[in-house]
Design a protein around this ligand. Sequence first.
Ligand code: BES
Ligand code: MN
Ligand code: ZN
Length: 493
Amino acid sequence: MKINIIEFTEDHSNVEGALVIFAFKGDEGYILPPPSEKLDGQVGGAISKAAYGSDFKAKFGQMVEIMAPTGIAASRLLLVGIGDAEKFDGGQAEKIGGKIIVKLMHSGEKKVTLLSRKFAAAGAFGALLRHYKFDKYYTTEKNIKKSSVETLTMMTEDAKQANKEFADLEKIADGVIMARDLVSEPGNVLYPESYAEQIKEMTNLGLEIEVLDEDAMEELGMEAILGVGQGSSSQTLMVIMKWNGSKNKKEQPVALVGKGVTFDTGGISLKPGAGMEDMKFDMGGSAAVVGAMKAIAGRKAKANVIGVVGLVENMPSGTAQRPGDVVSSMSGQTIEVINTDAEGRLVLADCLWYCQDKYKPKFMIDLATLTGAMLVALGQEYAGIFSNDDALSEQLTAAGQAVDEPVWRLPIGDGYDKLINSDIADMKNVGGRYAGSITAAQFLERFVNKTPWVHIDIAGTAWKQKPSDVAAKGATGYGVRLLDRLIKDNYED
Ligand code: BES
Ligand code: MN
Ligand code: ZN
């Protein structure tokens, strides 16, 4: 779908396709903003009649559709309520953009024009995100249900400014969509080697990409991540992405770290069969990091950012890791692997240690579909965060609110930490029945070496069974916007 943002004109009689008009709540029912009054005569009459006839109150998202209006070129008019005009902001514009595109994308219309006036960039961004669908594996027309909309035109009061804003938002959408694509791919298509190849293609954005193979990781003592992959016929890989956008090329970077388990069977501690197919999404943390790096490079962010992802498949086989095995890690700390299904923390342990050791970042933020317990605690609305740094947690919480990818902080501390002490090694990889998401975070904290750090457990937010205003059902791309915003608001020159 192509997006055009153009200057508002008073005359809409020649606009073809679907013409979208907005109304907001007023003292007596609703108010059509001034430009719509220009749709006078027959058209204005038709709108009023349809609006009154359908009890239109300009409630947020309320819509009235008028087919084949006479007197103008448009083949349909869509009257959309935006609620209270004073409350309308970029976030709401995004949602309205999404709602409009859902309404029209299977209408047969190729052109959609919004008389959006304000918040045009945000509206277009919402529409773009909601328009996305992972449909590459459908082969018949019947299954595809492709969108008919080819161009979305926003008519706005300051097109120059809106185009400038949209230029960055489009790059962020690229990142979100890449993350969704990666999460949606099945395990037979996306495995560590094929995943690393896709990441390498981002060198065309000016990112520097480095891949550590199994030999390199062995050399570094990364037994924790290697143990997870040892039952798989795929390679285990660690991929490092570098963006050096700060004026000061020596500026300490910020670092993003992601769990990239391309499929999680549980290993020898095998998961039950029902629903196991969902575990293709277990690389969602890494996808958020890759997508964020794409957005950051795409919009040429003035910051130095490192992305580290651990790519591995967790399979049961004759060579797989056993429950009870003891492995070392790059940090030198030893781990008793009680449950091979608690593999994400083993992957991140070596990623985090490597990251702080090699790049000495200002902070590390890791993202992972780490625990089922996260869904029990917070469901699919908020991601849980766990941190050793109050200021960074607050920045992340603010960024989450700004982009509607909210996070909720949960506690960590010594009482939880001791639950992962082992009888035979420095720690064990599970902490018992209670506080499963917290004991997982405690495990990670042992590998951050006091670097300011936040762990984001996205087990509940990476995938949704129901569509939202800005995403079809399925992969959400959660985390891309959050990370991009955190950096934009706090860590750019
Ligand atoms: N990838 C899963 C976490 C998960 C499970 C996310 C279900 C979303 C839905 C992770 O590797 C895992 O299996 N965790 C275990 C840990 C347990 C063995 C301590 C879990 O949450 O059950
Ligand atoms: Mn697991
Ligand atoms: Zn997992």
